[in-house]
Design a protein around this ligand. Structure first.
Ligand code: NDP
Ligand code: GDR
Length: 386
């Protein structure tokens, strides 16, 4: 049985990757941070009674800022594969905590690599580093002739997050070249899911759309509506992470869909699921009918709501731009070329953008219904919005 260690196991990607590795028969260890309240909701369904001998999923307290902790955990479990997904991953927040982000996202990567070297596991342990399309910074002049970023496009990070991740990228490559380690970067473009953190733009939109459909919210505040992102589904992207570590030789790969979409158009796609008219503040009105492709019977049976009758639809919803969501430096456009990963890894995504939006909308409609039942039952429900 292979043994894997996942840092960031409690995050979006960590939880899907843990599921995938368990399905593949791995013993899976994850690092979780101690917090004053439980932060393991995304992996609670994988938790097994730790007293049973057949247990294949185990979590350890730890932190990427703590070298001794990292060395001890790696020494104890002697992993065949390490997936370094732990990070302060919010680009906007990285402008507020730049030093912390450098420590976790940059030096944290070094701590993993150096622990493997100190313990003499260079030949045994393969390492995946969660690199990012933020390294490209959306600089138009750095795109290739076809208009994409590929594995040889130059980097130009535009945030403390991007700057910290560029260190993680290069130190991973350096340890591969210097010590012959099987250490690889996956340069992943944005990927989302029903488990996406609530303050990333896609999840903020799908949760708001669902809340509006239930009559629990009436306005959506966003930042830059014109930003373009190459959005895929996290389930597809964790499969690529695994494939990268199963190759004969260590290399870096872009994982992307090759399609880019404006934030504004993502809003439109989400609202298609509930059939609203969108009033863009200071702009025009968008009539958004329910998607023709939505089978209303199916939608009703999955979500329990009728789009036309019970969902308390307002006639229109207001989308306002709030400058507090602007970044000091913005990445305007991301578009990745997945040719290398498709040809060399044989990777193919199962979800397109419409499928991703549907998956997120169905899940968030159910979530808001749960809230509504609680409210109707006299309970108080608080959801922090940002
Ligand atoms: P999430 O923010 O959902 O998860 C981040 C994880 O890192 C959480 O488990 C978090 O723990 C953990 N973490 C944060 N700080 C520390 C620390 N100091 N020590 C140990 N663990 C820590 O991110 P995603 O799952 O979306 O992304 C996974 C990785 O991939 C990240 O490195 C991200 O930067 C990178 N990435 C993500 C992309 C995306 O579009 N999702 C695209 C490209 C790269 P806790 O739950 O306690 O907060
Ligand atoms: P990003 O994701 O910065 O690309 O980083 P995010 O969803 O935060 O922003 C995407 C784009 O939407 C614009 N935007 C808003 N963003 C947020 N969060 N909230 C808003 O209200 C809002 N309105 C508009 C942003 O300005 C931006 O242009 C994600 C993270 O997962 C990183 O960890 C990862 O490395 C990159 O994707 C690839």
């Amino acid at each position: 049985m292979k043994t894997a260690l996942i840092t960031g196991v409690t995050g979006q990607d960590g939880s899907y990757l843990a599921e995938l590795l368990l399905e593949q028969g791995y013993m899976v260890h994850g690092i979780k941070r101690r917090a004053s309240s439980f932060n393991t909701q995304r992996v609670d369904h994988l938790y097994q009674d730790q007293h049973e001998s057949s247990v294949r999923f185990k979590m350890h307290y730890g932190d990427l800022t703590d070298s001794m902790n990292i060395i001890r955990i790696i020494q104890e479990i002697q992993p065949d594969e390490i997936y370094n997904l732990g990070a302060m991953s919010h680009v906007k927040v990285s402008f507020d905590s730049p030093e912390y982000v450098a420590n976790v996202d940059g030096l944290g990567t070094l701590r993993i690599l150096e622990a493997v070297r100190i313990l003499g596991l260079e030949k045994k342990t393969r390492i995946y580093q969660a690199s990012t399309s933020e390294l490209y910074g959306g600089m138009p002049e750095n795109k290739n002739d076809k208009g994409f970023y590929d594995e040889s496009s130059p980097f130009y990070p535009r945030s403390p997050y991007g700057a910290a991740k560029i260190y993680g990228f290069w130190i991973t490559k350096n340890y591969r070249e210097a010590y012959g380690m099987f250490a690889c970067n996956g340069i992943l473009f944005n990927h989302e899911s029903p488990r996406r953190g609530e303050t990333f733009v896609t999840r903020k939109i799908t949760m708001a759309t669902a809340a509006i459909a239930m009559g629990m919210q009436d306005c959506l505040y966003l930042g830059n509506l014109e930003a373009l992102r190459d959005w895929g589904h996290a389930k597809d992207y964790v499969r690529a992470m695994w494939l990268i570590l199963q190759q004969d030789k260590p290399e870096d790969f872009i994982i992307a869909t090759g399609v880019t979409t404006k934030v504004r158009d993502f809003v439109h796609m989400a609202f298609h699921h509930v059939g609203f008219t969108i009033r863009w503040e200071g702009e025009g009105v968008d009539e958004v009918g329910i998607l023709d492709s939505i089978d209303e019977q199916k939608y009703r049976s999955v979500t329990g709501i009728s789009l036309n009758e019970d969902s308390n639809l307002l006639n229109s919803v207001l989308v306002k731009v709030d400058p507090q969501y602007f970044r000091p430096t913005e990445v305007d456009l991301l578009l990745g070329d997945p040719t290398k990963s498709k040809t060399q890894l044989g990777w193919e995504p199962e979800f397109d953008l419409a499928g991703l939006v549907e998956d997120m909308m169905v899940s968030d409609v159910k979530l808001m219904q749960k809230d509504m039942h609680l409210v109707k039952g006299g309970h108080e429900v608080y959801r922090q919005s940002e």
